[in-house]
Design a protein around this ligand. Structure first.
Ligand code: HEC
Length: 494
């Protein structure tokens, strides 16, 4: 570049900057969207903004190099790169302004980002001006200081810009926990769920969908429609149109309304051509809202979950695990299977995994039956937590075994039909909070033990066919004591 052209270009840029400044002062950001043509030009901002980043960094490299080696052959490139830096910063500020002004953004972070970028433009222009006084000593020192300041402004402005597009924690989201405290960040509370049942529905399942698809426009810094979906409270509070989530009422939840509109509807979310939620995700969110939209409920706390929803949850859980965790789980499972297989063979019983979750098991004793006794039951104790369903029908188990069975604390279904059990210890089962179904069909349970059964308030189903208790009067009494429990007079199947 020949010498005289630099001052001319600089004057040109200076004038452009003044016009731009005038424009921005005359048209402050007011949050109102403007003409589509302005928006069209504004949308070049995300492309253009990479230029000043690259040029200013390159300038810093060239200046550093020639500072240490004044004779460097790179020196003649400096005026060109400086000119390109100034020009591209101005272009980025212009397009950025159009994007915010025409797009109707005036959030705090947008203004902060714009302020930093304007400072950067002023700083770049000032560096250019200092080149005009290059033979003065102060100019070189001031220029280098300014370059450092501008690098800081560039970093800050780029970071704010990135936060605007991707959300504030985009960069730090997956920062390793060991270095998070250095940056003043809290250690990310990764889901601590060890199983699907432990998942907290809102935190572990709903929020990640929102985070992935909605937070770029609905966060505290950028509340489109006055709506921030960053917190649970934000969902209930909603935006311009009122609450986004109305617990137990998906039909009146603005959020559900928006995600179930036809995709080409103006009000469809996510807007701006962002990929829509999957059918499964939409169904899952609706299900959560219909069932209370709790922020603390875990998967286990739902009595019944429709199969499709359950399948979705299991799929998400599997994806949450790292390959190492999957491997470790798999190894544990194989070990457990080997042990259970050994028991299967020794005791002549059948221990099978329950469909959706292969770490939970069902025990059947039908091949052992008469030979299955208390001692054998004791052998199962180490696996007590993994057993969800147990069929001990026609075995030798008696009242003395009930306290041992009450150690199976995740048991849901217990079949004690045709056993010698008389019922004197049944109240022990009150400890097994998850127990839903108890089958005493054809057992020796005595009518005087009705009080023992009355304590099992967690039960949903109780079968008493062919026992002393199987009479209309007793069953009426039991129904009064266990209002949530179905005690069927005719049905003896489990
Ligand atoms: C690209 C930006 C963008 C994304 C992404 C986005 N929204 Fe919006 N959202 C908007 C804008 C702009 C409005 C305000 C205009 C309107 O009401 O349609 C809005 C409004 C809303 C409203 C109405 C708020 C009120 O009370 O007025 C809801 C609810 C909503 N969005 C939900 C969502 C959900 C759920 C997602 C993710 C699946 C999402 N949005 C993703 C831009 C976005």
């Amino acid at each position: 570049m020949r010498k005289p052209s630099f001052p001319i270009l600089l004057t040109l840029f200076g004038s452009l900057a003044l016009v731009l400044a005038g424009l921005m002062i005359a048209n402050p950001l007011d949050g109102e969207p403007r003409s589509e043509l302005l928006q069209f030009f504004g949308r070049f901002h995300p492309t253009v903004l990479h230029l000043p980043i690259a040029f200013i960094l390159l300038l810093a490299i060239l200046e550093t190099r020639t500072f240490f080696k004044p004779s460097s052959s790179l020196k003649p490139a400096i005026p060109l790169i400086l000119t390109l830096s100034i020009g591209s910063v101005l272009l980025a500020v212009l397009t950025g302004f159009l994007l915010a002004y025409a797009g109707g953004s005036n959030e705090e972070l947008v203004i902060e980002h714009m302020r930093m970028s304007i400072f950067l433009a002023i700083g770049a222009l000032a560096m250019g001006s200092l080149k005009l006084f290059w033979d003065q000593r102060f100019a070189k020192t001031a220029y280098r200081l300014l370059l450092l300041v501008n690098l800081g402004l560039l970093a800050s402005s780029s970071h704010d810009g990135g936060s605007l597009t991707h959300g504030r924690d985009y960069l730090t989201k997956y920062m390793p926990n060991v270095i998070r405290p250095i940056f003043g960040l809290s250690v990310e509370a990764k889901s601590t769920a060890n199983s699907v049942d432990d998942l907290v529905v809102f935190k572990d399942l709903i929020h990640p969908i929102i985070e992935q698809n909605c937070l770029t426009c609905h966060n505290p810094d950028k509340q489109k429609g006055e709506l921030s979906l960053e917190t649970y409270a934000g969902h209930l509070e909603g935006g311009d149109m009122g609450p986004s989530v109305v617990p137990n009422d998906a039909d009146n939840s603005e959020l559900v309304f928006r995600i179930t509109l036809p995709e080409d509807d103006e009000e469809f979310m996510p807007t701006d051509g962002k990929p829509p939620l999957t059918t499964e995700e939409v169904a899952f969110i609706s299900w959560w809202i219909e069932n209370g939209a709790s922020d603390t409920a875990t998967v286990a706390s739902f009595e019944t979950i429709p199969a499709a929803i359950e399948q979705y949850i299991v799929g998400v859980f599997d994806m949450m695990l790292t390959p190492e965790e999957i491997e470790a789980q798999e190894a544990k499972r194989i070990e457990l299977y080997a042990k259970l297989n050994k028991l299967n063979d020794e005791l002549g019983i059948l221990i099978t995994p329950i469909e959706t979750d292969a770490s939970k098991f069902r025990i059947d004793t039908f091949s052992a039956q008469k030979s299955f006794d208390r001692k054998m039951l004791k052998r199962l104790a180490p696996f007590a937590d993994t057993i969800i369903e147990a069929d001990f029908s026609s075995t030798q188990l008696s009242d003395a075994s009930i306290s041992m069975i009450s150690q199976f604390k995740n048991l849901r279904t217990l079949n004690l039909s045709k056993t010698q059990i008389e019922g004197s210890t049944l109240a022990n089962l009150a400890k097994v909070e998850s127990l839903e179904s108890l089958n005493l069909y054809g057992s020796q349970v005595k009518s005087r033990q009705i009080e023992q059964l009355a304590k099992l308030t967690q039960l949903k189903r109780l079968y008493l066919f062919q026992t002393e208790l199987y009479s209309k009067v007793t069953i009426e009494r039991l129904r009064a004591a266990l209002p949530d429990c179905e005690i069927d007079l005719n049905d003896n199947a489990i």
